[in-house]
Design a protein around this ligand. Structure first.
Ligand code: WTA
Length: 656
């Protein structure tokens, strides 16, 4: 985030009250009602969540204990039996929702498909039986590497139906990234497609899967199921690869949902951390179901006739919680779009809204900034009057972009929910409730009822209003991550010991810097660790550096984020070369391409800077803080006395 944005956020004084007509019919109708919920949860969090779990979800068997908190291990609804796929599908079939659209899908070329709850249930049951036919059992892990097509949601729901845990890998990740995740999770099956549409081109997903599995490099994978989407020729390895439309021939659509233990593994989703390889964030069944259900219901204020559209890809947590599980658990109509704004159709988002009568739109600040650039003629030329609520997620939204979203897309009548949360939190943590909480452009506003968030220093003490500090959560919540897959130690260190526990009190450290204003509103500034947020996607500097160093020309690399108007941040890589290589435009291109191959296009550095040496402390640590200053052309800030060789820095700045 740029200095000027932080500056303007600090001066932001505008306040937008929920429109009266909106509040009248809202799930949560007033600030008083929000406050009552918050206070009730504060007085007895376990009772608060237990009542909701009882009212809102179907349990095959009730729990014995609401919360077992052995810091940092939390178990929710201990002894309860539940199935997420059942709560998303079966229970709606005995109501009028049976023939309601569960999923509306729009492909990039303009093909569409609508599945009612009854139809989606049937598809999910049949594919669950296909997985069983392939030998999949409760507890197994399944890789999903798919475009945004209905089969992605069907595959996820089929896994949860039989108690297999999915690991969805974003389709933009490289074969190498896919393989790392399949190996770490020991996946038995991979579900993919012959390709998916992305900006008028076909992403060759199956080719990437073949590369990831080549030479037995992911030996746990026994079978690959391939959806025919793009009509592309692909190699099918006999005995390993099956077409989705062939293997489901004659398979029964009768598959009762498996009663899962509330704490059974639900899914693993990998995300970037500040050091080392990506972390497999573990979510379990009962708590995740309840938390995504409640947050979707209250934050998106679901009403029976809403057409709800979250633009995230299912490869990210937002796609898990707010494209698939949260909306379906509530019996809502969720829209899934395969495409992205592109030169041949920059107004495609507004077409989708007009065509399907979308009432709720949930997207990312980076997308909004891109729309601003494209001009308001595009949305103005469409009828967006069906919209009644807007949301954003993924990074701080600058007030200017908020105001544009409010005016041009929301027609000044739609409340905006700016939702702060993380892969680790499972669901939204800090947000407005649209009928209840007045909004301020750039602020995520207040914590969801039952979330005890605060701004603290590194000792865990609350800091005064309007002073910067670390965003932290002081009590467990049902949607929280349970551990890192296969690495309990790293889980404890990263999230629960960063702020040292005091008197048995453990504090969750989110890794974000933020402040609270005099009204208790949260203003999130961004990451405080070595995670870069590029267009709302988390990338660890270490991951990108490892990718660079794996190229034979590179001796050392240091990667930092530089403020970028559209993407929030852009990657700048400082690189020193092995003796026999020379800096050139050619090599710069090659290195960027190398990172794309190793990680994926989202990690492509915007800039490579060749240098003779990197600024280091006397103990040999790269001083990224100084590189950040150099990258963004700012004055050097803070202490440089620990720098080993000041000359290195002067040279870097001359070269800038
Ligand atoms: C950032 C995405 C400011 C934050 C759901 C967080 C935000 C990281 C917001 C998590 C927001 C997300 N305002 N910053 N409304 N939402 N972030 O795991 O830095 O992909 O820690 O989860 O995104 O990214 P993740």
């Amino acid at each position: 985030m740029s200095e000027s944005t932080i500056e303007s956020i600090l001066q932001e004084k505008r306040l937008f009250n929920p429109p009266a007509e909106f509040s009248q019919n809202a799930q949560i109708k007033s600030l008083e009602e929000y406050q009552q919920l918050y206070d009730r949860a504060l007085a007895d969090p376990e009772k608060f969540w237990a009542e909701l779990a009882d009212q809102e979800l179907h349990w095959f068997q009730k729990w014995d204990k609401v919360l077992d908190w052995q810091p940092p291990s939390a178990s929710w609804f201990v002894g309860g039996k539940i199935n997420l796929s059942y709560n998303c599908l079966d229970r709606h079939l005995t109501t009028a929702r049976k023939d309601k659209a569960a999923l509306i899908w729009e492909g990039e070329p303009g093909d569409t498909r609508t599945l009612t709850y009854a139809e989606l249930h049937q598809e999910v049951c049949q594919f669950a039986n296909v997985l069983k036919k392939l030998g999949v059992q409760k507890g197994d892990r399944i890789g999903i590497y798919m475009p945004m097509i209905p089969e992605a949601a069907i595959a996820m729901l089929a896994c949860t139906r039989i108690g297999a845990a999915h690991t969805v890998v974003f389709g933009g990740f490289s074969a190498e990234s896919l393989r790392d995740r399949l190996v770490d999770g020991q996946a038995r099956v991979v579900i993919t497609a012959d390709g998916g549409w992305r900006k008028d081109a076909i992403v060759p997903l199956k080719v990437q899967v073949d590369k990831a599995l080549a030479d037995g490099s992911a030996p746990s994978v026994e079978s690959v199921v391939v959806v025919r989407r793009a009509g592309k020729d692909v190699d099918m390895q006999p005995g390993r690869d099956y077409w989705w439309h062939e293997i489901n021939q004659g398979v029964s659509a009768d598959c009762p949902a498996e009663p899962m233990d509330s704490e059974d593994l639900l899914f693993v989703l990998y995300t970037s951390g500040s050091t080392g390889k990506p972390k497999g964030v573990v979510h379990t069944t009962g708590g995740y179901n309840l938390y995504t259900h409640m947050t979707t219901k209250w934050i998106f204020d679901l009403q029976e006739n809403d057409v709800y559209w979250c633009t995230a890809d299912v490869g990210w947590i937002t796609g898990h919680s707010y494209v698939v599980y949260g909306p379906l658990s509530n019996g809502a109509t969720t829209l899934m779009y395969e495409g992205a704004p592109r030169a041949s159709n920059p107004g495609c988002f507004w077409d989708v809204i007009e065509k399907h009568g979308v009432t709720i739109l949930y997207t990312a600040p980076t997308a909004i900034r891109a729309f601003i650039k494209m001009g308001e003629e595009l949305p103005n030329a469409r009828n967006l009057s069906s919209l009644r609520l807007l949301g954003t997620v993924g990074e701080p939204i600058n007030p200017e972009a908020w105001m544009w979203y409010h005016r041009v897309i929301g027609g000044e009548r739609c409340p905006i929910v700016d939702t702060w949360w993380q892969t680790e939190t499972g669901g939204i943590m800090i947000t407005a409730l649209p009928g209840a909480i007045p909004t301020k452009p750039g602020s995520a506003t207040l914590p969801f009822p039952g979330i005890f968030a605060d701004i603290v220093d590194l000792e865990g003490n609350s800091v005064p209003a309007n002073e910067g500090g670390y965003l932290a959560v002081k009590y467990p919540w049902p949607g929280m991550m349970r551990t890192l897959y296969g690495d309990r130690d790293r889980f404890r260190r990263t999230y629960w010991e960063h702020i040292p526990p005091k008197d048995g009190q453990y504090t969750y450290f989110a890794g974000d810097g933020a402040r609270k204003d005099e009204d208790g509103y949260f203003w999130v500034m961004g990451r405080v660790d070595d995670v870069i947020n590029v267009a709302g996607h988390r990338l660890g500097t270490m991951e990108v550096e490892s990718a660079l160093v794996s190229h034979p020309a590179v001796a050392e690399a240091a990667v930092v984020g530089k403020p970028d108007e559209l993407k929030g941040e852009e990657i700048v890589a400082f690189v020193t070369l092995e003796g026999s290589y020379n800096a050139s435009e050619e090599l710069s291109k090659e290195l960027k391409q190398h990172v794309v191959k190793e990680i994926g296009a989202i990690a492509r550095p915007g800039e490579i800077r060749f240098t003779d040496a990197l600024p280091k402390t006397r103990s040999g640590k790269i001083m990224r803080r100084l590189l950040r200053n150099v990258a963004s052309g700012q004055e050097l800030t803070g202490d440089t006395s620990t720098l080993e060789d000041r000359g290195v820095l002067d040279k870097l700045r001359e070269g800038a």
